[in-house]
Design a binder for this molecule. Structure first.
Ligand code: PLP
Length: 403
């Protein structure tokens, strides 16, 4: 069985050495590998590689799981966020508020639409966008007067939902779209409700290391908004005419070749949909297993490092990462490496300090928490199937660090 490590750079590396994997995909493969192989072979044989029947089935299963009216699968999580922005008509002259402490994709899609990202600080205990600082940023952008506040993209970092009840009050007050980047957290809940309860649309990623991952790239948008869904379908495939467009236009050729808007090509491969159907079948159980692994880490490490993850009352995290903090983080990472324990730093540089993003300074207030966290966070190996002996080995390696 191959052991898979996700390196800090985000690349999957296959290896036959039984080192501790950072994210162990092998045990799940042992569990449902035969079903997945059968499903993939079925696609290879039926030949509908693009938008085949598995894509529709998977979208329906996702909607049932998330309680959403619609699911639109697409090529990856980055496109899922961009599709939402395009579908909502966000573009030139608009300000989109994003956390400074997130994966770059959250902000990257914003200038792609012509809009500008405005970086907002995070809360120290959850790593998610700070509603109080968000409101200050919106006010600052309004006062500056150059950009029009249009949308907020909240991120469910490391698997924990952002504070949607508070964020939705602010979104309503200022007339902004609230969008959820749940790339790391599909399946997370607040009081049993998924983020879509408060957002116009949620985006997720099926990158292999994500809680629900496929065997390549993939992503999806969930929404309850019929008109938005119609536009998403169009933007997903080259801006083709929707039923509404077609009804109001005169043409004689196939609707597929009537390109009404500038779209993209962002389809989920049928083979990946077939993989995801099988993985979604066991996903609820895996979310429950993840809680046990996280609880045990918290018990073993709580009080012994600067911080262990804090999940708010009523919130359920899907634990894309188990992230602790240490004052001497880089030395701890080196120590763990010497002990054969892989780790990762998400994220070493907040986005406002990234060379490609430092020009976006509108509305930027105090980003001190993002800056501080980037120096102390370190994520430990995590999987729903992490066994107690391996977990003990990881914890012992952390606790043996004397720096
Ligand atoms: C918070 C966040 N947003 C967006 C993405 C983009 O997802 P993908 O890699 O599928 O494009 C990721 C993936 O790492 C992510 O962690």
């Amino acid at each position: 069985m191959a052991a898979y490590n996700i390196q800090a750079g985000g690349q999957l590396q296959g290896s036959s050495i039984m080192a501790i994997p950072f994210i162990d995909l092998g045990i799940q493969r042992e569990r449902i590998g035969a079903k997945i192989e059968e499903a993939v072979l079925k696609v290879i044989k039926h030949g509908a590689y693009i938008m085949g029947p598995e894509v529709r089935s998977f979208e329906a299963n996702m909607s049932a799981f998330a309680g959403s009216k619609h699911t639109l699968s697409c090529a990856n999580g980055t496109d899922a966020i961009e599709l939402i922005l395009l579908g909502l008509g966000v573009g030139k002259g608009d300000a989109v508020f994003v956390p400074a402490f997130t994966f770059v994709a959250t902000a990257e899609v914003v200038p792609m639409t012509g809009a500008e990202p405005v970086f907002v600080d995070i809360q120290a205990d959850t790593y998610n966008i700070d509603p109080v600082k968000l409101e200050a940023s919106i006010e600052a952008v309004l006062k500056e007067g150059r950009l029009k506040p249009a949308a907020i993209i909240a991120v469910d970092l490391f698997g924990q939902p952002a504070d949607y009840p508070a964020l939705s009050v602010i979104a309503k007050k200022y007339g902004l779209y609230l969008i959820c980047d749940s790339a790391q957290a599909f399946g997370c809940t607040i009081d049993g409700k998924q983020p879509l309860e408060w957002c116009v649309a949620t985006a997720t990623s099926f990158y292999p290391a994500k809680p629900l991952g496929c065997y390549g790239d993939g992503g999806a948008v969930a929404t309850n908004d019929d008109a938005l869904m119609e536009r998403l379908v169009s933007f997903r495939v080259h801006g083709g005419a929707t039923a509404t467009d077609a009804a109001t236009m005169n043409y004689t050729h196939e609707a597929k070749y009537l390109n009404v808007r500038i779209g993209m090509n962002s389809r989920l491969d049928t083979i990946q949909a077939a993989v995801l159907i099988e993985k979604l079948n066991i996903f609820a159980e895996e979310i429950a297993l993840r809680q046990n692994v996280a609880r045990r880490y918290n018990e073993l490490l709580g009080g012994k490092v600067i911080s262990v993850p804090h999940v708010k009352e009523g919130y359920v995290s899907t634990w894309a990462q188990y992230t602790i903090e240490h004052a001497n983080r880089d030395a701890l990472q080196l120590h763990l490496r010497e002990k054969g324990v892989p780790s990762a730093v998400y994220y070493p540089i907040p986005l406002h300090q990234q060379p490609g993003y430092s020009m976006f300074t509108s509305g930027t207030g105090d980003l001190a928490v993002s800056e501080a966290k980037s120096k102390t966070v370190i994520s430990l190996p995590f999987s729903p199937y992490l066994d107690a002996a391996t977990q003990d080995e990881i914890v012992a390696a952390v606790l043996s660090f004397e720096g």
